[in-house]
Design a protein around this ligand. Structure first.
Ligand code: FE2
Length: 176
C-alpha cells in the first residue's frame, strides 16, 4: 500500500533516508548548504521506500521516492542522481504528487529533461543517468520501477554532475 497523502509506502522492507549533509559536494552553493545543515539540524532531504525483491534479472524492483521542496541559494533541491551499475537498464518514474523535473545525461555528456506532474510517467532509457529535481513547494513523490539486478552507481556524478542545474529566479524555473 502507498499512502498517497503522505507520499510514503506502508511497511516498506527498506527505508533509505538521505539528509542534507549527504548532498555535500553536489550543490553549486556549498556555504548555503552548510547553513541549512547547521541552522535546521541537518533536515531530511529525500527518502526512498522499497519493497524487497531479489536483485536478479527478471525481477522488477519498485518503490517510492519522496524529495522535499526547497532551495540551496536559488538552486532547487535534487537527489544525488545515479547511473545503474548495469548501465544498459532503463527505469520508469510515475509522478504521484508534487512537481519537478527529471534531468538525464549519458556518460558522453548528452542531456535531456522531462517534466514531473502528477500522473505523468517519465521513461529513463538504458544508459542514461538520472536526477530528480523538486521545482514546487510540496514534496515530489514518484513511483519507480527498474530491473531487479540493475544496481546503483553514484561514482562520477559527484565530480561530473549534470550538464544543467535548475534554479528558481524571479519566480521562474530556469535551467542553467
Ligand atoms: Fe535509477
Amino acid at each position: 500500500m502507498i499512502d498517497l497523502l503522505k507520499g510514503e509506502m506502508e511497511n516498506p522492507d527498506r527505508h533509505h533516508v538521505t539528509r542534507a549533509s549527504g548532498l555535500r559536494g553536489y550543490y553549486a552553493n556549498e556555504p548555503e548548504l552548510e547553513r541549512l545543515i547547521q541552522t535546521r539540524h541537518d533536515p531530511v532531504h529525500y527518502e526512498v521506500f522499497e519493497h524487497k525483491v531479489p536483485a536478479e534479472a527478471g525481477h522488477v524492483m519498485f518503490g517510492i521516492s519522496k524529495l522535499q521542496p526547497g532551495l540551496i541559494g536559488q538552486e532547487c533541491f535534487f537527489t544525488k542522481g545515479h547511473y545503474h551499475t548495469i548501465l544498459a537498464t532503463g527505469e520508469t518514474y510515475l509522478c504521484l504528487a508534487g512537481q519537478g523535473l527529471m534531468l538525464m545525461r549519458t556518460p558522453e555528456g548528452d542531456f535531456a529533461c522531462e517534466e514531473f506532474v502528477p500522473g505523468r510517467l517519465v521513461y529513463v532509457p538504458p544508459c542514461w543517468g538520472h536526477r530528480s529535481v523538486n521545482t514546487g513547494s510540496a514534496p515530489l513523490v514518484t513511483l519507480f520501477q527498474y530491473q531487479g539486478d540493475a544496481g546503483h552507481n553514484y561514482g562520477n556524478i559527484v565530480d561530473e554532475g549534470f550538464p544543467r542545474r535548475v534554479y528558481l529566479r524571479g519566480g521562474k524555473i530556469v535551467l542553467d
